[in-house]
Design a binder for this molecule. Structure first.
Ligand SMILES: [Zn+2]
Length: 184
């Protein structure tokens, strides 16, 4: 990163951070490297017609341990968002169901589903490039899901109704009583 092109690139990258004062050049290089790879994942996915323009990289100890891009349309899987694909990849590679000490770089701010998946996976931190407004501008509007979450169940577009709670509780009782369970 000694040549002037890279210096300019880094200067430009630094400006994009909201709190750039707290970041040194090494940190900028690290973030830029991994976010570039996340965006490359996104471009690779759309080039291969595998899904929408979203990519994600998961990093542990400065090494990539998981990667993914959106595969919704190519796998007929509405949950195959980049973050979910990358979380599955990282968990498989690390042979774990928790991504403690991992950092997630995603090309776009996670949707509510991925936000939930990220919370379940429990990585240390998330960095995202585009925000949800940028996504809405190209036709990927998840704002309505955020609005739905805040609504009472009866007012939601997809109705939810509770039935047979006592039946469901049987599984919970079996879990509570189970002595050899793997807690998480
Ligand atoms: Zn998502």
């Amino acid at each position: 990163m000694c040549n002037s092109f890279n210096k300019r690139f880094l200067d430009e990258a630094s400006k994009n951070y909201n709190d750039q004062d707290h970041r040194d050049e090494a940190e900028v290089v690290t973030h830029l490297t991994f976010m570039t790879k996340a965006v490359k994942q996104a471009i690779e996915g759309l080039s291969k017609n595998e899904g929408g323009p979203f990519g994600c990289i998961i990093v542990k100890d400065n090494k990539i341990v998981g990667r993914g891009h959106n595969k919704v349309t190519s796998t007929n899987d509405p949950t195959a968002h980049a973050e979910v694909v990358a979380i599955r990849d990282a968990c498989k590679n690390l042979n774990t169901f928790q991504l403690n000490d991992c950092i997630l770089y995603t090309s776009c701010e996670p949707c509510p589903m991925c936000l939930g998946a990220i919370y379940w996976a429990r990585p240390q931190k998330v960095y995202y490039a585009c925000n949800q407004n940028d996504a809405a501008n190209i036709g990927f509007d998840d704002a309505f899901i955020y609005k739905e979450i805040a609504l009472p169940q009866n007012d939601r577009t997809i109705p939810f109704e509770q039935i047979y709670r006592s039946l469901g509780l049987e599984a919970f009782k079996a879990w509570t009583d189970k002595e050899d369970k793997t807690a998480y």
